[in-house]
Design a protein around this ligand. Structure first.
Ligand SMILES: [Zn+2]
Length: 1005
């Protein structure tokens, strides 16, 4: 071995340190063009605000000068990422429009508005020539996006790939407290438009960079308000961002399945209209740059393996490039699994593109602060050999340096390999179209005779928003369904049956059935939404990042058949442009009936026809040749015209009857609703608010603070809806609120400093106080005097902890893991108005309970009941079935042990009835309306580990309390626009609030 001198070693080391980062042959090195002048003042400030030399790169440590194009300083008054500066959305837009005016390389497009009416934009940056030929290019990309248009001709695709300019779509600040992206993207747009270095010029000339600098516009403006308040009160604490958008906070990045928020719809439309290849969403939470698209398993099962490879390619290269720049803390693997398709970026993965997401580091504002990391954040791991520093001063400029460097290296790498990525874009679309003949299925069919037509319409509406093509069969047809699995494996099956192979069956569908063909470019998203999910309890990933199941047909409560028989594709059908169930009135008369299939539209009708008399039938009945279910509406005092107008709009069918049917009824009322939120978190309730607004259920929105100040709640309201809080909502936090013994008030109000804070939501001069014990007393009085309190998950737990809902206890399972899963529920009491319109089996959304257990003994805080354990014989003589004996005594007759089901209260024993003042009278005992399915039928979609702890326990309980009721949900019936099949449980309780005892069978003594 040749020995090297120390000098030679040092020389090697220096050569290594100072050599430009290694590139492949012919690759352009990053760095400025020495011939182009630099904006010296701007560059000096970049340097000043960057807290460490390693927190920048040769791509962003200077700003090229331009004679006519303004830098971000024109709007910000300082450089991008400067301390103390967070621009409002209008300032960001103003700058992008200045760029558009000054440079032919920038074009700004309006892409829609938010719930509060603010504009959303997309900024295209590319060469002048590319921007002039946008339409021509779009036409090329459209052909690659839909290979049917070129007859799946690979040679033709290759020609298009050679000519097309790809589109890389970047979205910023969907999460409002993650504040860095807008300024980073302003500066990025400037660089892409102005910089003449070969590295940047190649990006500009080779592709279109499309930028939505602010995705959550309403939330951004609120966050800037909050930050300004903080700057104006530097010595005081400032409130957390309680509201982001109008409805939800962090969950705005979980809407890419249901597409219920404007921001989702606007970005999806832009992504699809531009035929973009990438959607890259910017976040802040992890030091210093985590490309979490590579993440960890399990990967979503419906993505194309080509995409998994693309994630690895871009991610690995991104890490390599930034590591070579000397930037610490850049990595690609980590604990984010890529299972759920609910994230904004994932709409690209589900529409044949590439989804990407950066977590960068941020301070939740533009203050420069020393930040100390957790050991798990700075530890060196196999995927993070160059971790972030345990402690460092961090600035918004550092964040902008990382975001821009990551994006520029990604754009450059993408451009260098664009022919490969464009070809992949085509191949993924082609493979989506090939689905029926490859992995299947051939189609999903939604039958034309679906009784819950309005919910079917809503499900098809989601698919239409997702750009899925929907067809309708013009004639009846049948398909072959594969043999059911394990059908004859029952223990009690006859020996002969056991050997019989399960046979395929035939299923008939009527004309008008909807067919979602899988031979279309966007079959992937339809398949992912309509299929079932299975997350193995043995999966090495023990902490699912989000929901594990979502099957839309199950959660919407409508029939969806997965059809593998390719014959379905040759059925006579036509494309459907708009799905609208035909509602209206049949016949003439003064009494009308509308059947009940647990559709939310029924409650909407009650509120729309306020002057009509509406009764609910307490039993099924037949009239005029029609059969009606329990809960069917009977309407009087309504004109044919009004009813026609409202039923047509809602998609409901009313039938005129010749006379009042002979059936017991009660009034259905447009209850006056107080809708309660906390100042702890508004996210979970936001989904309920969105649903109520969409359906058309009016309510008065108020905080626990306001509720606690209303003396006579019964005089103003019939129903108090208290949706889940989703915050560790302990009794103390809910009642006492956040600590007020120290610190300053945390106001949530519009002021000159904070003009956007309140928006269309709620306000307070101090978010800290909670409901208060006085408020608790008022709430209890409201129920005792005849009001209905409706709670779910953690607010159910809250009500029970307060002692409401006598006879019900709630616990958290010991080892149970049901993480955002679709599970089975069974109807227990079909006579309860809460169950009106529902079938015996209902699919519900469950996220770990709570586990309800019932008792007929007041104050009993019985632990979770386990089936069977007390029924085994004790150790003793004889076989397992034999009675035991006692030596020297004659056998005694064993008293019959009272038996009950898991969801019921154990029958009161004779011992308990001795001086039984704690025995709850039968009429006061809780009434179970739905229970969870048995353990073997429990899981429908997702993960259910240790489900035995909650299986068969009550899922929806109606507890009488004085003259009123508390209705408690263990499930979350209203969630992310996905659980529309269970909305009617909530709405049934509301419109029947003063008749909830209908059909109640008094418990036996
Ligand atoms: Zn985020």
């Amino acid at each position: 071995m040749k020995r090297l001198s120390l000098a030679a070693l040092l020389l090697c080391a220096f050569a290594f340190l100072f050599a430009p980062p290694g590139r492949a042959d012919g690759e352009t090195a990053p760095g400025r063009d020495p011939k182009q002048a630099v904006d010296e003042a701007y560059t000096a400030k970049i340097k000043k605000y960057t807290t460490q030399a390693s927190f920048t790169s040769p791509l962003v440590d200077y700003l090229p000068a331009s004679k006519n194009v303004p830098t971000p300083e024109a709007v910000l008054g300082d450089v991008a990422g400067a301390p103390g500066i967070l621009p409002y959305s209008k300032d960001v837009y103003a700058y992008m429009r200045l760029l558009e005016k000054a440079s032919p390389r920038v074009k700004v497009f309006s892409i829609g508005t938010t719930e509060e009416g603010r504009e959303m934009i997309a900024v295209a940056v590319s060469s002048e020539e590319n921007l002039k030929k946008l339409e021509e290019n779009r036409a090329r990309l459209a052909k690659l996006a839909d290979p049917r248009t070129i007859q799946m001709d690979d040679a033709e695709a290759d020609k298009l790939v050679a000519q097309a300019v790809p589109v890389y779509y970047i979205t910023g600040t969907i999460h409002s407290p993650e504040t860095g992206a807008p300024t980073a993207l302003m500066e990025l747009a400037y660089r892409l438009a102005v910089d003449e270095s070969p590295y940047i010029r190649e990006i500009r000339e080779g592709m279109v960079t499309l930028i939505t600098p602010v995705v959550e516009v309403d939330g951004r403006d609120r966050m800037v308000d909050l930050y300004k308040w903080h700057l104006a009160h530097p010595k005081e604490f400032y409130p957390p961002l309680i509201y982001w958008g109008k409805y939800v906070a962090h969950d705005n990045n979980r809407d890419a399945m249901g597409v219920t928020l404007k921001l989702t719809e606007n970005v999806l439309n832009t992504y699809v209209d531009w035929k973009a290849q990438v959607l890259h969403d910017l976040h802040e939470s992890v030091p210093y740059l985590y490309d979490n698209t590579v993440g960890d398993g399990p990967y979503n099962a419906w993505i194309d393996p080509i995409l998994a490879d693309e994630w690895q390619m871009i991610g690995a290269r991104n890490v390599a490039d930034m590591t070579k720049f000397g930037m610490p803390g850049v990595f690609a693997h980590g604990d984010f699994d890529t299972w759920s398709p609910g994230y904004l970026m994932f709409m690209a993965a589900m529409h044949n593109g590439i989804s990407r997401l950066y977590e960068t580091f941020g301070n939740g504002g533009a203050d420069t602060e020393e930040r100390t990391l957790d050991p798990q954040e700075y530890s060196r791991t196999w995927y993070r050999p160059n971790p972030p520093f345990p402690r460092a001063i961090w600035s918004q400029r550092d964040n902008n340096n990382y975001e821009e460097t990551g994006l520029l290296t990604s754009l450059h790498y993408f451009n260098e390999n664009k022919r490969l990525f464009l070809k992949n874009f085509y191949l993924k679309a082609k493979r989506s179209i090939a689905k029926p003949n490859e992995e299947g299925p051939a189609a999903y069919v939604l039958p034309g005779d679906e009784p819950r037509a309005t919910l079917q319409e809503e499900l098809l509406g989601v698919l239409a928003k997702q750009k899925v093509e929907i067809s309708r069969a013009t004639a009846a047809f049948s398909v072959t369904l594969p043999a059911a699995k394990g059908k004859n494996e029952k223990k009690d099956a006859k020996e002969a049956d056991k050997n019989k192979k399960p046979e395929p069956t035939t299923k008939e569908f009527p004309a008008g059935s909807y067919i979602i063909r899988m031979d279309q470019p966007y079959s992937r998203i339809a398949d992912a939404l309509l299929d079932h999910q299975y997350w193995s309890p043995d999966d090495p990933q023990k902490t699912p990042y989000d929901d594990t199941g979502w099957t839309f047909g199950e959660l919407f409560g409508v029939q969806v058949s997965r059809v593998t028989d390719p014959k379905v594709l040759s059925v006579a059908m036509e494309r459907v442009k708009e799905v609208k169930p035909a509602g209206g009135v049949k016949g003439e008369g003064t009494i009308f009936a509308i059947d009940n299939h647990a559709e939310p539209a029924l409650a909407a009708l009650r509120y729309k026809l306020r002057d009509a008399s509406i009764e609910a039938a307490e039993e099924p009945f037949e009239s005029g040749g029609g059969k009606f279910h329990r809960g069917a509406f009977l309407l009087k005092n309504v004109s044919h015209g009004d009813l026609e107008r409202v039923t047509a709009a809602l998609g409901l069918h009313a039938v005129a009857l010749s006379g009042a049917p002979n059936v017991k009824t009660h009034a259905v009322r447009a209850a006056r609703i107080a809708y309660v939120h906390t100042w702890l978190s508004t996210q979970m309730e936001g989904w309920w608010r969105l649903a109520f607004d969409d359906i058309g259920i009016p309510y008065e929105y108020m905080s626990t603070q306001t509720l606690g100040k209303i003396d006579d709640l019964n005089a103003k309201y019939d129903v108090i809806v208290f949706p889940p809080v989703g915050f560790p909502a302990s009794l103390t936090l809910m009642v006492d609120g956040l600590p007020t013994a120290w610190g300053n008030p945390l106001p949530w109000q519009n002021t000159p400093e904070t003009p956007n804070l309140v928006g269309k939501n709620d306000a307070t001069d101090d978010i800290r106080p909670g409901l208060g014990w006085d408020g608790v007393a008022k709430l209890e009085k409201f129920v005792r005097n005849g009001g209905l309190l409706l709670t779910a998950t953690d607010t159910s737990q809250f009500a029970l902890t307060l002692g409401m809902g006598e006879g019900i206890s709630a616990s958290r399972g010991d080892k149970m893991k049901i993480i955002g899963s679709v599970v089975g529920a069974r109807m227990v009491d079909d006579a309860s108005p809460i169950a009106y319109g529902y079938p015996e089996k209902v699919s519900v959304y469950c996220d770990n309970g709570p586990v309800f257990s019932l008792s007929s003994i007041a104050g009993a805080r019985g632990r979770r009941r386990l089936g069977g354990e007390m029924h085994e014989r004790p150790t003793g003589r004889g076989t397992a079935d034999d009675p035991d004996f006692v030596v020297g005594r004659k056998p005694e007759e064993i008293p019959e042990e009272p038996k009950s089901e898991i969801w019921e209260s154990p029958p009161v024993t004779e011992e308990q009835q001795r001086n039984g003042f704690r025995v709850i009278p039968p009429a006061d005992r809780p009434r179970v309306i739905f229970r969870y399915a048995d353990a073997k039928d429990f899981l429908i979609s997702g993960l259910a580990e240790g489900a035995g702890e909650i299986a068969q326990h009550p899922a929806v309980v109606d507890a009488p309390e004085g003259k009123g009721h508390v209705v408690l949900f263990s499930i979350n019936p209203v969630y992310r626009g996905e659980t529309r099949g269970t909305y009617a449980m909530v709405l049934n309780a509301i419109v029947n609030f003063d008749s909830l005892n209908a059909g109640r069978k008094e418990a036996e003594k």
